[in-house]
Design a protein. Structure first.
Length: 232
C-alpha cells in the first residue's frame, strides 16, 4: 500500500522555486532517505508532508486521503498522524523528559492512565527510563535525541519524519543512534522519511534513497544503486 503520494508538487519561497513538479510514492514501512545538499528542497518535502504549508501546485495523499492540493491544506498537521524530529530537536526546556513526551498525548486527549503506560513503555524502548524527571539541559546530546524520538513515537505515527536529526553528533554516537532508529522502526513498523546531506548516514539507514537536486528528483533507487550513481 502507498502510504504517501506526492503528485507533481511545486513549491516557491519568496519567488524562488524550492520544488518543481516533484512526484514521490512511499510504501508502508519503507525507510526512505532524501539525500542532497543544503537548499535542494529536502526540508521543504518534510514540511509539505507534515502540513506546515501547502504546495502551490500538485497534491499530497496520506494513506489514500487527500491532505493538501493546489495551495490548500485539507488536513491540518494534527490530523495527519505523523511524528517529526527536527534538526534542533525543539524540546521544551522548561519541561522534564516525561513532560516533553506527555505533551502531545495530553493535546490528543489521551487519558492519564494510558499516558503513563505509553510513556513508561517508550522510555524503556529508547533506553531512557531512568531520566524521566530530568530537564533537557541536564542531558547529553544523544540523550536529548532519544527523548525527541520518544516524543514523536509515543503518538504512534503512521510516518516518522526526521530532518537532519543526527548532524550535530560525533561519528560514534551518530552510528549508534542510526542503529537505534533501525531497531525502533523494525519493532514499531512505522514508515520513515529521513532527510540528510551525509551520504554514509543515508546509506546506513535507507532501504531506498531519493537524491534531490535543485528541487527535482535526480535519482530514486536502492542503496547499492545510489552508491553507483554517486560514483559515476
Amino acid at each position: 500500500m502507498k502510504i504517501l503520494r506526492m503528485n507533481s508538487v511545486t513549491k516557491f519561497y519568496e519567488g524562488t522555486r524550492a520544488l518543481k513538479d516533484l512526484s514521490l510514492e512511499v510504501s508502508e514501512s519503507e525507510r526512505i532517505v532524501i539525500l542532497g545538499p543544503s537548499g535542494c528542497g529536502k526540508t521543504t518535502i518534510l514540511r509539505l508532508v507534515a502540513g506546515f504549508m501547502a504546495p502551490e501546485e500538485g497534491s499530497i495523499f496520506i494513506s489514500g486521503q487527500l491532505v493538501s492540493q493546489d495551495g490548500h491544506i485539507i488536513l491540518t498537521p494534527e490530523q495527519r498522524n505523523l511524528g517529526m524530529v527536527f534538526q534542533d530537536l525543539a524540546l521544551w526546556p522548561h519541561l522534564s523528559v516525561k513532560g516533553n513526551i506527555a505533551f502531545g498525548l495530553k493535546a490528543k486527549g489521551v487519558q492519564k492512565q494510558e499516558r503513563e503506560t505509553r510513556i513508561h513503555n517508550i522510555l524503556q524502548m529508547v533506553g531512557m527510563e531512568g531520566y524521566s524527571k530530568r530537564k533537557p539541559d541536564e542531558l547529553s546530546g544523544g540523550q536529548q535525541q532519544r527523548v525527541a524520538l520518544a516524543r514523536a513515537l509515543v503518538l504512534r505515527p503512521r510516518i516518522l519524519l526526521m530532518d537532519e536529526p543526527l548532524s550535530s553528533l560525533d561519528l560514534e554516537l551518530n552510528i549508534r543512534l542510526r542503529e537505534e532508529i533501525l531497531r525502533l522502526q523494525e519493532e514499531l513498523g512505522f514508515t520513515l522519511l529521513y532527510v540528510t546531506h551525509d551520504r554514509e548516514e543515508a546509506f546506513g539507514i535507507a532501504n531506498r534513497v531519493v537524491i534531490l537536486s535543485k528541487g527535482r528528483v535526480e535519482f530514486d533507487g536502492t542503496v547499492d544503486a545510489a552508491r553507483a550513481h554517486l560514483t559515476q
